[in-house]
Ligand binder design. Structure first.
Ligand code: HPA
Length: 274
C-alpha cells in the first residue's frame, strides 16, 4: 500500500516540480475552478500509476498541479465514489497520494442536497462537520502506522483555521457564508423523503455521496481538512420535484464564479499560514 502511494507520488514528481501545500478535490460540476490555476501541469488519472478513473459524468479525472499566486497546489478534478463499486481504500487512494506529496491542507468540495430549510439551490455552504452514514470507513483493516494512528481523533475533522480562512474570504467578498453539517451516504439512489426527515432529526444540514471517506483518510494522515458544499437542489420531499443529475450539474455551473473566487482567495490565506 505505502509502496503504491510512493510509486504514484514519484511519477507525479517526475512530471512537475510543484511542491503542493494545499490540495483540492473538485466535486460534480465544480471543475471550472481549474481555470484559476497558474502554470498548470495537467495529468490525466489514466496516466498515473494506481489511479482509478471516475465513470460519472461531470467528473473529469485529471490531476492539476500549479499555483494560486505564491501558493503551490494540487487539484483532483473529479473523484471516484464507493457507489461505483470501488472499495473505500480505493476511494481515498488519490487523497493519500496528495498527502504523500506533502500537502498540509485539503479542501474537499461537493454537490449536495439541501436539508436545512434556510438553504437555497445555488448556496455555497462551509462544511462544519460530517456524519458518516456510509456504514463503511477507509481505515477498516490493519492500521498502517506510516499513514497515521489506529484511532484518529475526529474532533476537528474540518479544521478551525481553514473555516476561518473561508469565512474571512467570504466576508471580504461581501458575502455571508453559511455553515452546516454534511451527512455522507453511500448512494447511488437519492434519498427518500423519509430518509431526509430522519437526517434532519439527526442534525444534518445537507446530504451527499462523497467527501466523508477523503476527510477521514486526510485526518488520519494529519492533514488539515476544509470543505465546501454547493447546494444543487433541495433534498427529496422538500419541493415537489424529481432529482436529476443533469439539473444538479447545471445548478453547480451557475455558481461557479463565486465558488471559484472564494476557493482561490481562501487558498491564498491557507497557504500563507505557517
Ligand atoms: N442527495 C444526495 N447527493 C446529492 C444530492 C442529494 O439530494 N444532490 C447532489 N448530490
Amino acid at each position: 500500500m505505502y509502496e503504491k502511494l510512493e510509486q504514484s507520488a514519484k511519477y507525479i514528481q517526475s512530471l512537475s516540480s510543484t511542491s503542493p501545500k494545499v490540495g483540492v478535490v473538485l466535486g460534480s460540476g465544480l471543475g471550472a475552478f481549474v481555470d484559476k490555476i497558474e502554470n498548470p501541469k495537467v495529468i490525466p488519472y489514466s496516466e498515473v500509476p494506481n489511479f482509478k478513473s471516475p465513470n460519472v459524468e461531470g467528473h473529469e479525472g485529471r490531476l492539476i498541479l500549479g499555483n494560486i499566486e505564491e501558493v503551490e497546489i494540487a487539484v483532483l478534478q473529479g473523484r471516484i465514489h464507493a457507489y461505483e463499486g470501488y472499495s473505500m481504500e480505493e476511494v481515498v487512494f488519490s487523497t493519500r497520494v496528495l498527502a504523500t506529496l506533502g500537502i498540509e491542507n485539503l479542501i474537499l468540495t461537493n454537490a449536495a442536497g439541501g436539508i436545512n430549510l434556510d438553504y437555497n439551490p445555488g448556496d455555497i455552504i462551509l462544511i462544519d462537520d460530517h456524519i458518516n452514514l456510509t456504514g463503511r470507513n477507509p481505515l477498516i483493516g490493519p492500521n498502517k502506522s506510516e499513514l497515521g494512528p489506529r484511532f484518529p481523533d475526529m474532533s476537528h475533522a474540518y479544521h478551525p483555521d481553514i473555516k476561518k480562512a473561508f469565512l474571512e474570504s467570504a466576508r471580504d467578498m461581501g458575502s455571508n457564508l453559511k455553515s452546516g453539517v454534511y451527512a455522507g451516504l453511500l448512494g447511488p439512489t437519492y434519498e427518500t423523503p423519509s430518509e431526509i426527515k430522519m437526517l434532519r432529526i439527526l442534525g444534518a444540514d445537507m446530504v451527499g455521496m462523497s467527501t466523508v471517506p477523503e476527510s477521514i483518510a486526510a485526518n488520519h494522515f494529519g492533514v488539515k481538512v476544509g470543505g465546501l458544499s454547493c447546494i444543487t437542489n433541495m433534498a427529496a420531499g422538500i419541493k415537489d420535484e424529481t432529482l436529476k443529475h443533469e439539473d444538479i450539474k447545471e445548478q453547480a455551473l451557475k455558481v461557479m464564479n463565486f465558488f471559484s473566487s472564494l476557493l482561490a482567495d481562501a487558498i491564498k490565506k491557507i497557504g500563507s499560514e505557517d
